[in-house]
Write a protein that binds this ligand. Structure first.
Ligand code: HEM
Length: 473
C-alpha cells in the first residue's frame, strides 16, 4: 500500500488544550519503526523540508523503539506542555535519562517521580525572587569587571565572549564564592569536559566506551572530590552563603533527610547545564539580531536606557531591570526566532486522543514518544505575523501575538515543566545588554550567522563577529 501523497489533515480542534493548529499527520506506507532522520513518507518529507526554520532538523527528530502503524504527527504543541499532564502520564524520565552519567546518581532523572518532585522544590527555592534579587548584584558585578577589560574599540565573537561571562556569573551565583574565587579555572575545565561528554550518540548510548564519555566520567569524579571539600568546609564552619549551592546543602526532604554531597553536586550540575548554553545563545542572538536591525531596534533600546538612567542613575538591580520592557521584548523575540532547545520530549504513559478538523480521532498509544518543537511552533504564520522578521514589538500592547492561543510561545517550555530559570535568564541577559548599550556602540561584521543544528543546544554558527566602540550613552 502506498502512502497518501498529501498531508492528511490540519487540525483546529484540540481535545487536549495545547494541541491546536496546525497538526499535520501522515501515515507510513506500512507499519514501521520511526527512523531518526527519515520521515514516514515522501509527502511528509516535503512538508518537513518546506517547514521553517531552515534546515528543518527539529521536525526530523522522530524517536521510536518499536514497530508502529507509522503515523507521524507534528503539532504546534503537545500535551507535554499542558499544566494538567502529570509526570505519571507524560514522563520526562525515559527521554532525558541519558543525562544521568553527567548529573550523577540519585538526582533528577535517576529518581522516582515523588523524589524528583521534592528535588524540583529545591530548585524552585533556589530560584525564587528574593534569591534572584541577591543574584542580580553578583551578575552586575561580573559584567562590570568583565567589560572593563575591553579596549576602546575592537572586534569580538559575541558567542565566545558572552559564553565566558555567563560561565563566570553562573559559577558565582550557583557554584558559590569558593569556586568562583579560588577554584574557577580547575572547575571550568572539568565542567567543559563534562559538557563535551554529551554528544548526539550519548542520547542513545550514554555509556558507550568512547573518549568523550571517559573524559566526562573522570571530570564528574574530580568535581565530586572538589565539591566534597567545599561542602564539608561549609558544614564544619557553619558558614552560609547566598548562593544555589547553599540552598541545596540546607535542603531537607519531607522526611527530614538531606541530599548527600554527591547529590548536591548533581543538582548543581543540572541547574548549571539548564542555564549555561541556553542563556549564552539567547544573549548572543539578542545582540546579533538587534545589531543587524540597528536602525529599527537601537533607537528604542537606547531611549529606554536613557529614561531608566534618568530615573535611577547608574544603579542596576532587580527592580530596575524589571522596568526594561523594550529590552525584554528584544530578548523574547530572539528566543522566538531561535529557541536553543528545539525539541521537548515526553513519553506517554497513558494513551491520548487527538481529534482532527474532520472529526477523525487518533490515539497516540501508551509508550510512544511525543515531541514539541519550539523552533517550529514559533514560526507559524497563523500565530505570528511575518514570522521570519525580527519584530520585538509583536509582544507589546494589549494584544500581544503570543497570547492569542495557549502555549504559542514555548521558548521556556510551558505547563508543569516550564523553565524554572526564566526570570534568572532574563535578569542575566538584561544585565549584560543594559551594560553594553550604555557603554558601547556596535556594528555587525559580515552576515547574520545561521543556526547550527549540529549542536545538542542550537546556537548561531561561528563566527558571530561584532565590532564595538566604547562610548557613553
Ligand atoms: C534563555 C535561557 C533559557 C531557556 C531558553 C530555557 C529553556 C527551558 C525549557 C524549554 C525548558 C523545558 C524543558 C522541557 O519541557 O522538556 C526548561 C526547563 C528548565 N530550566 Fe530552563 N531555560 C533557560 C535558562 C534557565 C536557567 C538560567 C536556569 C537556572 C538557573 C534554568 C533552569 C531550568 C530548570 C530547573 C528546568 C526544569 C523544569 C522542570 O522540568 O520542571 N533554565 N528550560
Amino acid at each position: 500500500m502506498l502512502a497518501p501523497v498529501a498531508c492528511i489533515t490540519m487540525s483546529n480542534k484540540p481535545n487536549w488544550p495545547a494541541v491546536r493548529v496546525p497538526i499535520i499527520t501522515q501515515r507510513a506506507p506500512k507499519p514501521c519503526v520511526h527512523s531518526f532522520h527519515i520521515p514516514v513518507s515522501a509527502a511528509m518529507l516535503a512538508s518537513l523540508l518546506t517547514m521553517p526554520p531552515e534546515p528543518p532538523a527539529p521536525a526530523l527528530l522522530i524517536l521510536d523503539r518499536r514497530v508502529s502503524a507509522g503515523w507521524l504527527m507534528i503539532a504546534a504543541a503537545t500535551p507535554a506542555m499542558t499544566p494538567e499532564a502529570r509526570d505519571t502520564e507524560m514522563s520526562q524520565k525515559e527521554v532525558y535519562e541519558f543525562n544521568v552519567p553527567t548529573f550523577g546518581k540519585g538526582v533528577v532523572f535517576d529518581v522516582d517521580h515523588t523524589t524528583r518532585a521534592e528535588q524540583f522544590r529545591f530548585f524552585a527555592s533556589a530560584l525564587k525572587s528574593d534569591r534572584l534579587r541577591q543574584y542580580v548584584g553578583m551578575m552586575v558585578k561580573e559584567a562590570e569587571v568583565y567589560f572593563a577589560k575591553w579596549g576602546d574599540e575592537g572586534e569580538v565573537d559575541l558567542l565566545d565572549v558572552l559564553s565566558e561571562l555567563i560561565v563566570l556569573t553562573a559559577s558565582r551565583c550557583l557554584l558559590g564564592r569558593e569556586i568562583r574565587e579560588t577554584l574557577f579555572a580547575e572547575v571550568t575545565t572539568l565542567v567543559h569536559d563534562l559538557d563535551k561528554g554529551m554528544v548526539p550518540l550519548s542520547v542513545f548510548f550514554p555509556y558507550a566506551p568512547i573518549e568523550a564519555h571517559r573524559k566526562r566520567d573522570k571530570a564528574r569524579k574530580d568535581l565530586a572530590a572538589i565539591f566534597d571539600k567545599v561542602i564539608q568546609g561549609r558544614r564544619e564552619s557553619g558558614s552560609t552563603e547566598p548562593d544555589v549551592l547553599q540552598t541545596f546543602i540546607d535542603a531537607r526532604y519531607k522526611d527530614g533527610s538531606r541530599l548527600t554531597n554527591d547529590q548536591v553536586l548533581g543538582m548543581l550540575i543540572a541547574v548549571l547545564f539548564a542555564g549555561q548554553h541556553t542563556s549564552s545563545i539567547t544573549s548572543t542572538w539578542t545582540g546579533l539580531l538587534s545589531i543587524a536591525n540597528k536602525d529599527r531596534i537601537f533607537p528604542n533600546l537606547e531611549k529606554e536606557q536613557r529614561a531608566v538612567m534618568e530615573k535611577h542613575g547608574d544603579k542596576i538591580d532587580f527592580d530596575v531591570l524589571a522596568e526594561m520592557d523594550e529590552l525584554h521584548f528584544c530578548i523574547k523575540e530572539a528566543l522566538r526566532m531561535h529557541p536553543p532547545l528545539i525539541m521537548l520530549l515526553r513519553q506517554c504513559h497513558v494513551p491520548f486522543e487527538v481529534e482532527t478538523t474532520e472529526g477523525k480521532k487518533f490515539v497516540v498509544p501508551k509508550g510512544h514518544i511525543v515531541a514539541t518543537s519550539p523552533a517550529f511552533a514559533h514560526r507559524m504564520d497563523k500565530v505570528y505575523t511575518e514570522p521570519e522578521k525580527y519584530k520585538p514589538e509583536r509582544f507589546k500592547g494589549d494584544k500581544p501575538e503570543d497570547k492569542a492561543a495557549y502555549a504559542s510561545f514555548i521558548g521556556f517550555g510551558s505547563g508543569r515543566h516550564g523553565c524554572m530559570g526564566e526570570t534568572f535568564a532574563y535578569m542575566q541577559i538584561k544585565t549584560i545588554w543594559s551594560h553594553l548599550l550604555r557603554n558601547f556602540d556596535f556594528e555587525l561584521v559580515g552576515d547574520l550567522p545561521e543556526p547550527d543544528y549540529e549542536g545538542m543546544v542550537v546556537g548561531p554558527k561561528h563566527p558571530c563577529t561584532v565590532r564595538y566602540k566604547r562610548r557613553k550613552l
